[in-house]
Every structure is written in C-alpha cells, then in structure tokens.
Ligand binder design. Structure first.
Ligand SMILES: O=c1ccn([C@@H]2O[C@H](COP(=O)(O)O)[C@@H](O)[C@H]2O)c(=O)[nH]1
Length: 229
C-alpha cells in the first residue's frame, strides 16, 4: 500500500526544504516525536495543505485515561495512522481506540521496537520468550483491544498475519536499501523483502533522507516495493 517517508528533522524549515529540494510533494510521510515536539499540531496542517498523507508516530504510553484524552486531541487532526505502545496493556489500547472514535484515523500498536534484538529482550528487559513470541503476544493483545494493526519488523509480519488475520494491518520500519547503513536498527529488511513477507505499509527514513540523492533513493524503494524480491 503506502510508503511513509520518516521526516525525522528538527524543524519545519528543514522539513520543507528537504521535501521541496527533492521533489517529494504529496508523498506519504511519517511525523515523529522530534518534529511534533518542536512544531506541534500545526505541522500536520502544513503537511496536509501540501497533500501529504500522514502517519503520526507519537507512540503514546501512559495510563488509560491519559492516553484516551490525548487521542481525543489527536482525532481532529485527521491523520491516517497513529501509534501507541502495546506494552501499555489492553485497557490502555482500548482507551486509545475509544479516544479516536468518530475519526478515520487507524490505531497501530508498537510491538517490539525494531532497534531491539533477542539480547536486549533477555539481558536488559528480562522478558520471557524471543522477539517473535513477544511480537505475537503483543499483536494478539492489540487486536483483542481493538487496534487496527501493529508496528513490527518485516520479519514478524507472516506470524502476525497468521495469528491476527490478513486484514490486521502491518506497518514496518527498519527498512534499508542494500547499500544503506543499518544505524541503530537491529531488525532490518529491504523493501523487496517487506513486499514478499506481506507488509501493508513501509516506513523509510535514513535510507532516503540521508541518501546522496533522496529522490533517487525514494524511487528505488518504490521500485523494490512494487516488484518484490
Ligand atoms: O519499531 C519501530 C517503531 C518506529 N520506528 C520509527 O521509524 C523510523 C525509522 O527510521 P529509519 O531512519 O528508517 O531507521 C524512525 O522515525 C523511528 O522512530 C522504528 O524505527 N522502529
């Protein structure tokens, strides 16, 4: 379906310059904490005025009432997708969804961040089970709580679809072109692999934004996504 370009820039001025210089008007974009905390909800209106479909990735994680009230403020922004952390539990995810009532914004729950691997789960967090088992647990919980889908790495998409059904949406960051640096991501995959394994949406940041020619990199992602591996 869509490829969201992660606009991980400090300000609107940097963002606008990047989009204009690279001829990316109207492409689907992801707004995360860095830009939103600086520019506030006005950034959403500015991007919408330029016809960008928007994934608002704020990863809400708090007590159910706070998340509910926050989502009530996010609902009128009319973004495509918004995130909460699945580890906040069933009641929090349910209240997040209720907060979005009446809007068409889809609620996506983050399972296990793509910057984590089995060692982090085991040695730092002390979670039982491996990445895949935890992703399945969080995805199933998110589905029961009323989320529309989950965020995971590409590698877990087949098991998510198996356990939660093919209509339960899957959005996958950690996307890298073959010659891109992995940076702080641990569970990465190419756009072609994402297509082959059944992702519904991709999030691509630095493989595009830090490329020598971002427009060319965006087209390469699109090409691989359309044609598969
Ligand atoms: O598990 C997750 C959840 C969210 N993200 C976000 O996606 C982009 C990825 O950027 P890259 O530069 O392509 O690595 C970034 O905004 C993260 O906040 C994620 O990477 N993993």
């Amino acid at each position: 379906m869509s490829i969201y370009v992660a606009l991980d820039f400090p300000t609107w001025a940097d963002t606008e310059c990047f989009l204009r210089e690279n001829d990316l008007a109207g492409v689907p974009v992801k707004v995360g904490m860095e830009l939103f905390y600086r520019e506030g909800p006005a950034i959403i209106e500015k991007l919408q005025a330029d016809n960008h479909p928007i994934f608002l990735d704020l990863k809400l994680h708090d007590i159910p009432n706070t998340v509910h009230q926050a989502m009530k403020n996010i609902a009128p922004l009319n973004v495509d997708l918004v995130t909460t952390h699945a580890i906040g539990g069933k009641e929090m995810i349910y209240q997040a969804k209720q907060g979005l009532a009446g809007s068409s914004t889809k609620l996506m729950a983050v399972t296990i961040l793509t910057s984590m691997d089995n060692d982090v789960l085991d040695q730092e967090l002390g979670l039982q089970g491996n990445i895949e088992e935890n992703v399945i647990r969080f995805a199933s919980l998110a589905k029961e709580a009323g989320a529309d889908g989950v965020v995971s790495s590409v590698h877990e998409v087949p098991v998510i679809k198996k356990h939660c059904g093919k209509d339960f949406l899957s959005i996958t960051p950690g996307i890298r072109l073959a010659d891109s640096s992995q940076d702080d991501q641990k569970r990465v995959a190419t756009p072609g692999k994402a297509k082959a394994l059944g992702s519904d949406f991709l999030v691509v940041g630095r493989s595009i934004t830090k490329a020598e020619n971002p427009r060319k990199a965006y087209e390469q992602v699109l090409k691989e996504w359309q044609h598969g591996e």
